[in-house]
Design a protein around this ligand. Structure first.
Ligand code: HEC
Ligand code: HEC
Ligand code: HEC
Ligand code: HEC
Ligand code: HEC
Length: 268
C-alpha cells in the first residue's frame, strides 16, 4: 500500500500548533487593543484627602502646571507637589492665604509632622509599559491631549482611556495634536487663535525654507518664495482661520516627529 497521506501532512500537527499560538497571540493583542479598560477607567475620580481644586489654582489663578508638576518637563515621571509648594501660599501666620481654613487643616498638619499628604493616584500605566512625560511635552504634545481640561476640574478625573489603542492612535497621526512648544501647558489653546503670519514667520526664523513649507501646504511642486506668498497659499488651502491640520502637518514635517509603533518602544 502506498502512503495514504501525502508527505506534507506529517507537518500538519506542527503547522496547526503554530497557527494556534499565532491566533492566541493575535487575539490577546486584539484584546489589548480594543478592550483594555477604556470603559471602566475613564471617569475614575477618587476623593482626595484635601479638597484641592485645579479649577481654582490652574484655572482662576492661572498657575502654570509646571509650578507644581515641576518634573513633567524634564523627566520621565511627572510628580505631585510636596507640602512646601502649598505652603508658599498657605503658610501659617500673616499673609498665609486661608491658613486657618478647615479645608487646609491636613496641609498644616502634614507640614508640622513632615509627612506627605496621601494623595490618591488617578493615572497609572502598568509596570510593563514604558512612558516618558518629557519625551512628549518637548515634542509639542500638551497635557490636555492626555488628561483633558484639568484647569476646569474641581476634582481630577481620568479623562482619556490611556489604553494601548489610544497611545497608538496618536502615534499614527500626531499632527492632530502637535502645537508650538510655548502652548504645551496652555490648556485653552486652539490653533485658530494663532496668527498665520506669526506661525510661518516662526518657521522661517528657524531656517525652514519657504519652498519646503509650501510643499506641506500645497503638496509637491507648490511654490512660495516669501511670507506673503505662504500666507496666500495657506488661505487658499485652509481658509481664513489657522487649522490644527495646518499647524500639525508643518510641525510633524519640520521637527521630524516620528512616534514609534514597534512593540519594543513601549514594552522594553
Ligand atoms: C498649585 C499646584 C498645582 C497646579 C498649578 C497644578 N496641579 Fe495638578 N495636581 C496638584 C495636586 C496637589 C495633585 C494631587 C491631588 C489631585 O489629584 O487633585 C494634582 C494632580 C494632578 C493630576 C493627576 C495625578 C494622578 O494622580 O494621576 C494631573 C493629571 C494633573 N494634576 C495635571 C495638571 C495640569 C495639566 C495642570 C496645569 C493645567 C496642573 N495639574 C496644575 C497640584 C497642582
Ligand atoms: C500661588 C499661591 C497658591 C499655591 C501655591 C497654592 N494655593 Fe491653594 N489657594 C490659593 C488661593 C488664592 C486660593 C483661593 C482662596 C479664596 O478663595 O479666597 C486657594 C484655595 C485653596 C483651598 C480652598 C480653601 C478654602 O477654604 O476654600 C484649598 C483646600 C487649597 N487652596 C489647597 C492648596 C494645596 C493643597 C496646595 C498645594 C498643592 C495649594 N493650595 C497651593 C493660592 C495658592
Ligand atoms: C502623551 C500623554 C501625556 C501627556 C502629554 C501628559 N501626560 Fe501626564 N500622564 C500620562 C500617563 C500615561 C500617566 C501615567 C504614567 C505612569 O503611571 O507612569 C500620567 C501621569 C501623570 C501624573 C501622575 C504622576 C504620578 O506619579 O502620580 C501627573 C501629575 C501628570 N501626569 C501631569 C501631567 C502634566 C502637568 C502634563 C503637562 C505638563 C502631562 N501630565 C502631560 C500621560 C500624559
Ligand atoms: C496625543 C499624542 C500621543 C499620545 C496620546 C501618546 N503619544 Fe507617545 N509620542 C507622541 C509623540 C509626538 C512622540 C515624539 C516622537 C518624536 O520625538 O519623534 C511620542 C514618543 C513616544 C515614545 C518614544 C520616546 C521615548 O520616550 O522613548 C514612547 C516610548 C511613547 N511615545 C510611548 C507612549 C505611550 C506608552 C503612550 C500611551 C500611554 C503614548 N506614548 C501616548 C505622541 C503621543
Ligand atoms: C505606543 C505604545 C505601545 C506600543 C507601540 C505597543 N503597546 Fe502594548 N500596551 C501599551 C499600553 C499603554 C498598554 C496598557 C494598556 C492598558 O493598561 O490599558 C499595553 C498593553 C499590552 C498588552 C497587555 C494587554 C492586557 O490587557 O494585559 C499586550 C499583550 C501588548 N500590549 C502587546 C503589544 C504588542 C504585541 C505590540 C506590538 C505590536 C505592542 N503591544 C505595542 C502600549 C503600547
Amino acid at each position: 500500500m502506498g502512503n495514504f497521506f501525502p508527505r506534507w501532512s506529517n507537518w500538519l500537527p506542527l503547522k496547526l500548533a503554530i497557527a494556534v499560538v499565532f491566533i492566541a497571540f493575535g487575539v490577546s493583542v486584539g484584546v489589548a487593543y480594543y478592550f483594555t479598560p477604556k470603559y471602566t477607567r475613564v471617569g475614575y475620580e477618587p476623593t482626595q484627602p484635601v479638597p484641592f481644586s485645579h479649577q481654582i489654582h490652574a484655572g482662576q489663578l492661572a498657575l502654570d502646571c509646571r509650578y507644581c508638576h515641576s518634573f513633567a518637563e524634564n523627566s520621565g515621571h511627572s510628580n505631585v507637589p510636596t507640602n512646601q509648594t502649598c505652603f508658599n501660599c498657605h503658610g501659617q501666620g500673616k499673609g498665609g492665604i486661608r491658613a486657618a481654613s478647615p479645608k487646609l487643616e491636613l496641609v498644616q498638619k502634614a507640614n508640622e509632622s513632615g509627612q506627605s499628604i496621601p494623595w490618591v493616584k488617578v493615572h497609572k500605566a502598568p509596570d510593563y509599559v514604558y512612558f516618558n512625560h518629557s519625551a512628549h511635552l518637548n515634542r509639542g504634545i500638551s497635557c490636555v491631549s492626555c488628561h483633558g481640561k484639568i484647569n476646569e476640574m474641581e476634582v481630577v478625573r481620568h479623562d482619556q482611556p490611556q489604553s494601548m489603542g489610544w497611545c497608538l492612535d496618536c502615534h499614527r497621526e500626531p499632527e492632530k495634536n502637535l502645537r508650538p512648544l510655548e502652548f504645551v501647558t496652555n490648556l485653552n489653546y486652539k490653533a485658530g487663535d494663532l496668527k498665520r503670519a506669526d506661525f510661518y514667520q516662526g518657521l522661517l526664523d528657524k531656517k525652514v525654507a519657504a519652498k519646503d513649507i509650501a510643499n506641506v501646504i500645497g503638496g509637491e511642486g507648490a511654490k512660495a518664495d516669501d511670507l506673503g506668498q505662504l500666507i496666500a497659499l495657506a488661505e487658499k488651502t485652509y481658509g481664513k482661520e489657522v487649522t490644527q491640520t495646518e499647524v500639525g502637518t508643518q510641525l510633524k514635517k519640520h521637527w521630524q516627529i516620528q512616534p514609534p509603533e514597534s512593540c519594543t518602544a513601549c514594552h522594553r
